[in-house]
Design a binder for this molecule. Structure first.
Ligand code: BGC
Length: 893
């Protein structure tokens, strides 16, 4: 049977608050094989029963089922639209209508009938207290409310309330963007929250990223000096009339019981100061103060339809530890970003003080040094009336452990729960296998993502940093996009990247950029500048291209094109005869071949810079081709060839060796196709030699590590790739796993084999960069590879690499077309491979390590270039083959 299981809008299931009609896609289900869509028919309506159509495509003969750009006009502001689709396929089947999908428009082009209002004054610049705003308003006592929406944002962090109830379930809104260019507003359906007659709307505001203390130099007021709310309530009555209630001078302000809230430092909340009923009608606000109006350029405002931070999971406290030093410590068993919620009973003024941290030291005592200046502390003063429950809301903590410094009464684990927060993204990846340590590594990679995708891609969630380091986001982008649907998340961040680029196209080290102009105390940045480091700035090119590969999203390439080109042009302007280098470079950051105590790996800067220059130029040339910018394509293609040529002249000796004998030099040269064909085998062999020099261990940093396994497996050394992945003594991925890590560490030697630690000045245990090996698990071990000529997995390359002594592996990736699944089992000397290809896609199956196909099912395998391969359409397939001698497996009967 043919059916459409669900529609996606800009890759999301629903959108609440959009400025323009989203791109549409859908997933097709069928129990047949080789299903391709023949036609589609889409309707859009303002009524759930589709009786009020505003768009009807009629039957369109086309196979396209993703990234459809439709001309649906005119759209009305603050209105809900329903979409549904039906299709027919190449086998003569037709589907019924799909379940409908919904989107709600934001304010579109209508001007805001509201102003930014603040309960703070300019003298509160240094204040980190939260404030409250409230406004009583009347709705018609007789007319019924058909629908009601609120559109809101803030300078700072806000939470909205209507008649005493919380609006929506987003956290840390409006998130962090380059506010002066790009400020997101959220839209909520509040239909059921209003009364005929009298109502009250309220908001609590905190300093957040906007005016709070940020960055390791601990500046504040990056974007402004007062928090402020912008909010517009739109009420639609039954009779078609509308009423608008906007934030304005008539609102009143007060201080909140949240006396202090800062992202790095935590919160102080005095429950005795809670003003009961402050956002309800029967509250007397006579003691509240007048609000002031804050000037802001409304052109910065953009609707955020999805991708906000949410409370995603809850974890129970696992253990109460009394440390050798006598501290009481809660262990949640998982490093994460979030809050501790607690239940407490005591006298008025009793105190709870919790200090959040990542790891115990070698003696089992509380280790706070790597948090640097971040206090990560919550303080709560009890009201003293029965059971009280509380958790922070205007900060977040990066932690696995919590030191309970004060707590009235006996401690009981059931009183504590950890609430995990991160940007709301659909989970798309699954990986499991017969090796439990590898499964734990996958878990740690996933939790690195969860912990660091908190509205922007951060380097780490715990110390006084939590910044959108471009390098980290670039390195991990592909892995992240296998694990979760990152399209909305990265599209948002890339808008800020573009906005914060220098006029010359240079890309700041962190996005949103808060380093420029604020780094006097940092010796590297003060001297070397705050933008344009190789491998970091290349996020401008790599991330949009990755979105295109994974989601077939051309719109992101169009939106980012000027930014991508700006960055490549910047490199060209500052290159010398096609060799590129520029001021401060992080290079192969924190590689183990660095000199003792240094962060900078041994691979020479000009080599790394030019390798990345070549790679980004090639991706830009490909982008120009996709966007049919023929002149640019030709230009950057030629530039790429020149850079490669120069790279070869400069970084290979006349004898055919690389000038730098580092692992990273060889990895980059191999993976970015910078090695002359004649030298490929030799370069790969040297890489293996360099690996053996360290007894099979890597000594690579941020830029070499992500490609290490690829460099080996793509160059006839799959066995070495597997052994590298499975090394479990220092330094290696599984060394961390064996040491009990639950997320990925920033340094290979974060905790050394003797229990001592890397210097506390930079030692996070929750950095996702080295988790970039996750991409090798999905692309190579499971072999679910995107084809750039048919992106978004429209054509899939299935090319698994069994090995590593495993007996089975099972992986799935929820692509925009549906589930791709690969499973291999080692049985009786054979590999049994089963895989699933979603409807409306095709695949090529390649079995690089197969000696002989025993059963190919319905697939016609051909042997070409030393490899068995076959083509197929959608459906499930089973193949059995004899692997060649390079494949190391543990067979079951
Ligand atoms: C961050 C990194 C970042 C690096 C660049 C560090 O402090 O945590 O992950 O990429 O600085 O210098």
């Amino acid at each position: 049977m043919l059916s459409v299981s669900h529609i996606t809008l800009d890759g999301e299931a629903t959108l609440c608050g959009v400025d323009r009609f989203p791109v549409v896609g859908w997933k097709i289900d069928s129990d047949r094989r080789d299903v391709l869509q023949r036609s589609w028919h889409l309707q859009c309506s303002t009524s759930a029963d589709f009786s009020a159509l505003i768009f009807d495509s009629g039957e369109v003969i086309s196979a396209q089922s993703s990234n459809l750009e439709l001309e649906v006009t005119p759209l009305l502001s603050s209105t809900r639209y329903y979409l549904r689709v039906r299709i027919s396929d190449n086998q003569g089947e037709s589907s019924g209508w799909s379940p409908s999908s919904e989107l709600v428009t934001g304010l579109l082009d209508t001007p805001w009938r509201a102003e930014f209002i603040s309960a703070e004054s300019l003298s509160d610049k240094a204040e980190s207290k939260a404030t409250l705003l409230r406004n009583a308003f009347s709705l018609s006592p007789t007319k019924a409310i058909a629908a009601a929406w609120v559109h809101a944002t803030a300078l700072g962090i806000y939470q909205l309330f209507l008649n005493g109830a919380r609006v929506g379930n987003d956290e840390l809104t409006p998130g962090w963007t380059s506010y002066r260019h790009h400020l997101l507003y959220q839209t909520y359906d509040v239909t059921g929250m209003l009364n005929q007659g009298e109502n009250v709307i309220g908001a609590e505001l905190g300093a957040g990223w906007f005016k709070g203390d940020m960055g390791f130099s601990r500046h504040r007021n990056y974007y402004g000096e007062q928090t402020a709310l912008l909010c517009q309530l739109v009420i639609q009555y039954d009779d078609g009339s509308r009423q608008v209630v906007g934030s304005d001078r008539s609102w009143r302000g007060s201080d909140s019981a949240r006396e202090f809230a800062e992202i790095y430092d935590g919160e102080r909340f005095d429950a005795r100061r809670v003003q009961v009923g402050w956002s309800q009608t029967d509250f007397n606000d006579a003691s509240w103060r007048a609000v002031s109006i804050v000037d802001w350029d409304n052109h910065t405002l953009k609707a955020q339809g999805a991708g906000t931070v949410r409370q995603m999971e809850r974890l129970a406290a696992k253990a109460l530890i009394i440390t050798p030093q006598g501290d009481k410590v809660l262990d949640f068993g998982q490093n994460m970003s979030g809050w501790v919620a607690f239940r407490v009973r005591g006298k008025a003024g009793d105190k709870v003080v919790l200090r959040h941290f990542e790891t115990l030291d070698a003696n089992g005592n509380v280790y706070l040094d790597n948090l640097r200046t971040a206090r990560q502390t919550t303080e709560y003063f009890l009201k003293g009336e029965g059971d009280e429950t509380w958790h922070p809301r205007f900060s977040w903590q990066g932690f696995r452990y919590v030191k309970v410094e004060e707590f009235p009464g006996e401690l009981d684990l059931s009183q504590f729960t950890a609430i995990v927060i991160h940007s709301n993204m659909a989970a798309t990846g699954h990986f499991s296998c017969s090796n439990p340590e590898l499964n734990q590594l996958h878990h740690n990679i996933l939790w690195g993502l969860k912990s660091n995708f908190v509205d922007v891609p951060t380097d780490c969630p715990q110390r006084d940093e939590r910044l959108g380091w471009t390098g980290d986001a670039q390195i991990f982008c592909r892995t992240a996009s296998y694990l979760m649907q990152t399209q909305t998340f990265f599209a948002k961040w890339l808008v800020d990247l573009k906005a914060d680029q220098t006029p010359e196209g240079g890309v700041p080290h962190v996005i949103p950029d808060i380093l420029t102009g604020h780094c006097d105390q940092d010796k590297f940045l003060a001297e070397g500048g705050t933008h344009s480091a190789t491998g970091w700035a290349d996020a401008a090119v790599v991330n949009p291209w990755t979105m295109y590969l994974m989601y077939g999203d051309k719109r992101v390439l169009e939106n980012q094109y000027a930014s991508m080109k700006g960055w490549v042009d910047f490199m060209q302007t500052h290159s010398d005869n096609d060799i590129w280098r520029y001021k401060l470079q992080f290079g192969d950051w924190v590689a183990l071949d660095a000199q003792e105590g240094s962060y900078f790996g041994a691979t020479p800067e000009d080599l790394i810079c030019t390798a990345w220059y070549a790679n980004s130029t090639q991706l830009l040339a490909k982008t120009a081709k996709v966007l049919e910018r023929t002149d640019d394509h030709r230009y950057y293609d030629a530039l790429h060839e020149r850079i490669v040529e120069r790279f070869r002249q400069r970084f290979f000796t006349a004898d055919g060796d690389m000038t730098a004998r580092t692992q990273t030099a060889h990895i980059l040269a191999l993976c970015f196709n910078l090695v002359p064909d004649a030298l490929r085998e030799r370069t790969a062999n040297t890489l293996v030699e360099l690996l053996h020099q360290h007894d099979g261990h890597l000594v690579t940093g941020f830029l070499g590590t992500p490609y290490f396994c690829h460099a080996l497996s793509q160059n006839q050394h799959p066995k070495e790739a597997w052994s590298l992945l499975l090394k479990d003594d220092f330094p290696s991925w599984l060394y961390q796993v064996k040491a009990g890590a639950t997320t990925i560490w920033e340094h290979w030697d974060g905790i050394k084999p003797d229990g001592s630690m890397w210097s506390p000045d930079m030692n996070s245990f929750n950095h996702y960069a080295y988790g970039a090996v996750g991409e090798w698990l999905y692309r190579t071990v499971a072999g679910m590879e995107a084809d750039e000529t048919a992106p978004g997995f429209k054509h899939i390359v299935i090319s698994p690499l069994p090995g590593g002594g495993l007996s089975w592996m099972d992986a799935r990736y929820q692509s925009i077309y549906g589930d791709i699944a690969v499973n291999w089992q080692a049985q009786k000397g054979r590999v049994v491979l089963t895989f699933r290809i979603p409807a409306n896609t095709t695949a090529t199956v390649k079995l690089p390590a197969a000696r002989e196909i025993i059963t190919g099912g319905s697939l016609n395998f051909a042997h070409d270039n030393g490899e068995w391969s076959a083509h197929c359409g959608s459906g499930e397939y089973r193949v059995e083959y004899l692997p060649d001698e390079s494949v190391d497996l543990t067979y079951t009967d």
